[in-house]
Write a protein that binds this ligand. Sequence first.
Ligand code: NAP
Length: 524
Amino acid sequence: MIITGDALIGGQSVKGTGAAIRAYNPTRQELMEPEFFTVDFAQIDQACRLADEAFDTFRALSDEKRAVFLETIAEQIMALGDLLVERVMAESGLPRPRIEGERGRTVGQLKLFANLLREGSWNDVRIDKALPDRTPPRPDLRLRMIGLGPVAVFAASNFPLAFSVAGGDTASALAAGCPVVLKAHPSHPGTSELVGRAIVKALELCGLPAGVFALINGSGNAIGQELVRHPAIKAVGFTGSRFGGLALMAVAAARPEPIPVYAEMSSINPLFLMQHALAARAEEIAAGFAGSLVMGVGQLCTNPGLVVGLAGPELDRFANAAAQALAGGAACAMLSPGIAGNFKRGITQLSEHADVKTLALAPQAEGKGAPALFVTSGAAFLAQHALSEEIFGPASLVVACKDMAEMRRIAAGMEGQLTATLQVDDADLEAARELLPVLERKVGRILANGFPTGVEVASAMVHGGPFPSTSDGRSTSVGTGAITRFLRPVSYQNLPQALLPEVLRDNGTATWLRREGELTRNGQ
Ligand code: NAP
């Protein structure tokens, strides 16, 4: 398979008519071949219309057929072999083990949603049978979920596979029966085309309408905004900057028919170091923290960008050990010159800040990011919002609080986060219990004695949280719960059996159903 630089619309290779985009190899610091051409508005219109036309056929497929489609995408991604791995490595600067792991995760996500479809609970079938003798009589009511319609997905820069073309947003939207029009990220267009072709091939092999998936290229905001504006698009999935997410939310809200935007944006993932845990294992916690901070050159949405503890000798032990582990860290290629530039600006601002002391600053290099660790006081942190802004990369800020009340104030004043982590021993449980209700209000996932990087793909995972970690804290973008973002309920009142969707009929295929408020497995 060769990379052509084309968009994929209606199952065909289509040359964009707009400006050329070239991928950039951040390790070699050079532009790559071939050129990818920005699509025009007519091509966006075509992709969205085809998605709309394919929607009814696609959502009417049996759960089994959609499951097989997802598994076929997984097989086609694996069949790309080293061609894909090497292109991702070249476009991202990320090492082979990370890319192979991310590919496994991407394929695993597709299989997880295939299993969810077969298990059937996603339909959320509820049946309240008619009560004709009741006064007043109750009608027959039956509910199931259906897909929202075509979804616009924006690939993320920092996970070229797992949060991109066939990533979690695409997998959950397709599982929900929603066609996807995907905007490739301009920093990995070749990766995007290869994975896009794997999806197109899976559509062919499964005999499904070509409009179920399209891949478009573009850079400079206009293409993404036009896509979100298109009337056929009914929801948006996005992972990226706060600025980009907010811009797309504004576009979606200003449409004649506003639509939901599920944007994952910025999070600094605080660690709260409880006093006894710190006293018992400051150095061990510091080692784990340093490892988590530099993972993926800090370009992970769950990167631990904030550490909160009580000022004193124990916190000093932690800070010294962490600084020692980080100070010698190598400068590694960042995903793009833009991300490297943002990182450089962020650490320069902190290192020059009057209320911030630099604990470690490994030698930096152009286009690269090396670890940085800073410390400030609880009072300074509380007084200056700028200190809590995300620095995307391997940098973190330690906040030394004067007492637990100040630590709780910091937790209460935080913006919404994807995660919060407690380092906690048995003797800390009382203090942790007081912090817990505050954290529940602020974050989507609370961890004990671990580190936030490494997001398990599982049913009970929440990768989401209150604004600005996401635009809608009621959902998750990882795990089976992600499908609910692209579904809505339809209730059928007194419909004859012959008109009911198959899953809702008396002898239907619902495996899990809610009958009269009771959750049962069919036939039990
Ligand atoms: P980005 O600039 O938000 O871009 C993500 C996608 O959204 C791209 O396809 C981009 O396309 C589009 N986009 C951005 N702004 C837009 C706008 N105003 N209107 C329409 N489309 C828009 O994110 P990025 O390139 O991945 O990285 C930039 C910064 O985002 C990083 O330095 C970091 O601070 C942050 N980031 C955070 C996370 C996280 O998980 N917390 C992940 C990735 C990035 P265009 O080509 O049209 O710009």
